[in-house]
Design a protein around this ligand. Structure first.
Ligand code: ATP
Ligand code: MG
Length: 586
């Protein structure tokens, strides 16, 4: 916090261009009805359909021939689709679904890397009022089959390789799955050929009247804290995507936007597809796997103006320092944003060093369907803070009273659970088949997020940790984020994660796991130095008592550190649901 303030001073003078809804930030209530009116051209009597807002509305407007999607293939192949092209392709896919017998509400699953067909299929299925569920292509066969089962998939769009490797053997388990469409190969046994379907399909399709409450998307959570939940979203979410695209990501006509999240996760769909398109902004899609070199190449070569990325990516770039940026022309960049995990203040400062502008942290979850809290373009960035609630979003810090109720915390910088007043358009409408789990999220008229945070006197929110990850040491509540950020201040540290380890005297002690930057080796001396650094900065109670070095920290496939796994291993407990585990080098 102290440090945050100091850095704000350094950042003064770097204020970004104000955004359209900036003035609504003055604490005045924000009317979602008015926001909906922002979606001009809403066809009267036809409700609100995501694909209409993202595609057709622009296709028939003056920017219809503008670039909606710019795809860069792994081998350098490029494909450009205008809004009109996208309208034709999505119409064909909507018609193809109908021909295959998919009705409104039918479940369409997608399992593919970042290829144009994925975008066409998502938006085409939404036009047909089918429910779309994107799956991350790097999942193994079991997580894929489980999700297809839970989500009652009727059709799966995928590639030949993914089908053979991951789905074919498990198909007998999936009696509801009627069709599998291969986008890149002629039909083999039991599958259909995308190209044949699309060629035969009519390029004209009229979107049926869509109720704003019709189910549109099913997104599985990251599984960071346990078994992933299937989160249900409806068509009116698009209002939120559109408005937050402008306010939190500063999207304006003429922008070239890149969101590096995979569409297998909620960010990659809401902001990697829908928000830029509804805002009439060119959306860059990059198929390649990511590393700092690729990120920089894309930013430079595609003349990206707004980049939405994640702390894990930023920490990977920081690991290599600013040297790889030397000689590059990144003058097109105007706005950087980050989501998915807490963004260490160190990373915000690094953004200024490397790109001449800070990363704007923002907070949301699969459940909230859209950005809730953000360092907006029009306000000062407070490094280490998630920012302020967006216009129309009411956020509070609450504490449970132990009797099933909650009390609002009416003080600054006192940690409690982050709660939101339900009512914004993109709020989840349920956890699929888990009514009880869904109901448990609401207490006393508030939605409880499961994250702990604090609010400062300026109304900024500060992430403390997930409720599950919080540590109680000698009667003190220790938030993992603060300890991890302090460790990251040390030049040798690339990543850090802390857990609570049971201790007979303190209840729990803080134990840290640390991955080092290239050029640094684990040693007893370094361990002592890090312990000393943390003790000096945090005090003896909060500072870690133990530090283990790791090559890498276990992460979900969406890039989140899995503290629960570090803890289970430390305590010799069962490892739990690991369906979304990615890197795990020990
Ligand atoms: P699961 O709910 O299955 O455990 P998950 O919560 O990681 O997984 P997501 O919905 O993908 O699944 O992630 C949302 C969570 O990510 C938030 O609740 C929060 O813990 C974390 N998060 C997202 N953005 C931020 C941020 N800017 N600062 C801190 N934490 C963030
Ligand atoms: Mg969650």
């Amino acid at each position: 916090m102290e440090r945050g303030r100091r850095i704000v001073k350094q950042l003064e003078g770097l204020r970004m261009q104000p955004n359209l809804l900036g003035e609504a930030l003055d604490g005045r209530p924000f009317d979602w009805g008015a926001a909906r009116a922002l979606l001009d051209g809403l066809p009267s009597g036809k409700g609100l359909n995501i694909a209409h807002e993202a595609v057709d509305r622009h296709a028939s407007g003056p920017n219809g021939m503008g670039t909606a999607l710019r795809w860069i293939g792994r081998d350098g192949t490029r494909r450009v689709l205008s809004w009109r092209d996208l309208r034709t392709e999505t119409n064909r896919f909507a018609n193809a679904l109908r021909r295959l017998g998919l009705k409104e509400g039918g479940r369409v699953f997608l399992l593919a890397g970042r290829i144009p067909e994925l975008y066409v299929a998502t938006l085409g299925a939404l036009k047909a009022k089918c429910v779309v569920c994107p799956l991350f292509s790097a999942f193994g066969p079991e997580p894929i089959a489980t999700r297809l089962e839970i989500g009652e998939a009727e059709i799966l769009i995928t590639t030949a390789t993914l089908y053979r490797r991951k789905v074919e053997a498990l198909r007998p388990r999936l009696p509801l799955l009627r069709h599998v469409v291969l986008v890149d190969a002629a039909a083999v046994d039991g599958t259909l050929d995308w190209h044949a379907l699309m060629t035969e399909a009519d390029p004209v399709f009229e979107i049926p009247p869509t109720d704003p409450e019709d189910m549109a998307l099913l997104h599985f959570t990251s599984g960071t804290t346990g078994k992933p939940k299937g989160v249900v979203h409806v068509h009116q979410s698009v209002v939120m995507h559109h408005v937050t695209g402008r306010t939190a990501l500063d999207l304006h006509p003429g922008d070239i936007f890149w969101c590096s999240a995979d569409p297998g996760w909620v960010t990659g769909t809401s902001y990697g597809m829908i928000a830029p398109l509804t805002n009439g902004v060119t959306n860059v899609v990059v198929e390649a796997e990511f590393d700092p070199q690729t990120w920089y190449d894309v930013l430079e070569q595609e003349r990206i103006s707004v980049w939405y990325t994640a702390p894990t990516a930023i920490r990977m770039m920081m690991k290599l320092g600013t040297e790889p940026l030397r000689g590059r022309d990144l003058s097109s960049l105007r706005f950087l944003a980050s989501v998915g995990e807490p963004l260490n203040p160190e990373a915000v400062v690094w953004g200024v060093e490397a790109f001449g502008m800070p990363f704007h942290d923002n907070w949301w979850q699969t459940e909230t369907g859209g950005i809730m809290i953000a360092n907006l373009a029009a306000m000062d960035v407070k490094p280490g803070s998630m920012g302020k609630p967006l216009p129309g979003i009411e956020a509070a810090i609450v504490q449970r009273d132990g009797q099933g109720g909650i009390a609002l915390v009416d003080a600054w910088m006192v940690p409690g659970e982050l709660a939101l007043k339900p009512g914004w358009p993109s709020m989840m409408r349920g956890y699929l088949h888990e009514e009880a789990r869904y109901k448990k999220c609401f207490v006393g008229g508030w939605y409880l997020t499961g994250d702990l945070a604090m609010r400062d006197e300026d109304g900024y929110f500060w992430f403390v940790g997930r409720a599950d990850d919080v540590i109680k040491s000698s009667g003190h509540l220790v938030g993992p984020f603060e300890v991890e950020s302090t460790l990251m201040e040390h030049p040798a540290v690339a990543e850090a994660a802390v857990i609570g380890k049971p201790d007979p005297t303190a209840g729990e002690i803080v134990k840290a796991f640390v991955a080092l930057k290239p050029g640094h080796e684990p040693s007893e001396a370094l361990r002592r130095e890090l312990l000393g650094h943390a003790r000096k900065r945090l005090g003896a109670v909060v500072a870690p008592k133990e530090i283990d070095f790791r090559l890498n920290l276990p992460k979900t496939r969406s890039g989140k550190i899995m503290r629960r796994l570090l803890k289970a291993r430390e305590l010799g407990l069962p490892e739990g649901d690991l369906s979304t585990l990615e890197s795990d080098e020990r």
